[in-house]
Design a binder for this molecule. Structure first.
Ligand SMILES: Cc1cc2nc3c(=O)[nH]c(=O)nc-3n(C[C@H](O)[C@H](O)[C@H](O)COP(=O)(O)O)c2cc1C
Length: 193
């Protein structure tokens, strides 16, 4: 099972990126083929329909391809003001916008429909960014994703990783593994595209 893993942060020392790396490692142990996608590697402007009318940016097309190519995803989201960051909204808005006149991408949901998605979050705070998840999930539903019921919010993220970037607590690794297992099982059972 091909699993796309990405974090909603481009910050160099992002806790969510560290969590995404742990997800990929744990998913590989579970027998999946994880791909770590770094949103910072893509030049994606703030969505503007006038700009889009001049042509969908090439990196948006690359993102569409990458997302479409993976039946299962795990997103690690930061929490900003009780919600998920603009980076994720902007990315998913671009990815879901139809490419007019394109024989493949004129359907805006092509890259997202039927994907099985696990949602994790990490925050230095006590709730681990849990509130961001409750905003991100309806967006994913709108994109016609299946969202895994198992989730995990990594609290006190500043002390959750050891010097090598590994989750210090076995309990946290087990929570991540539970989400990974559920996403992989559901994607297999649903025959996710
Ligand atoms: C504008 C802004 C709002 C924030 N709001 C919250 C919040 O509501 N809850 C929370 O737990 N952390 C909040 N934080 C702190 C983030 O959790 C923290 O910056 C975290 O490191 C971001 O994730 P990252 O490490 O993956 O980049 C906020 C940070 C910023 C910049």
């Amino acid at each position: 099972m091909k699993l796309l893993v990405f974090a909603g942060s481009t910050r160099q020392a992002s806790w969510n990126r560290k969590l995404a790396h742990q997800v990929a490692e744990i998913a590989a142990e579970a027998g999946a083929q994880p791909t770590l996608l770094e949103l910072g590697d893509y030049q994606v402007p703030m969505y503007n329909a006038d700009l889009e009318a001049e042509g969908t940016p090439p990196d948006v097309m690359r993102l569409k391809e990458a997302m479409a190519a993976h039946p299962a995803w795990i997103v690690c989201t930061p929490e900003y003001n009780g919600s998920y960051p603009a980076l994720l909204k902007n990315t998913l808005d671009w990815v879901s916008s139809p490419v007019k006149g394109d024989p493949v991408w004129s359907n805006g949901l092509r890259a997202t429909r039927g994907k099985v998605v696990g949602v994790l979050s990490a925050s230095p705070g006590a709730l681990g960014g849990l509130r961001s998840q409750s905003h991100l999930v309806p967006l994913l539903f709108n994109l016609q994703c299946w969202v895994a019921p198992a989730t995990f919010a990594l609290s006190q993220a500043a002390s959750a990783f050891d010097a090598s970037g590994r989750l210090a607590q076995d309990a946290a690794r087990l929570r991540v593994r539970a989400v990974v297992d559920e996403v992989l099982r559901a994607a297999q059972r649903l025959g996710a595209p």
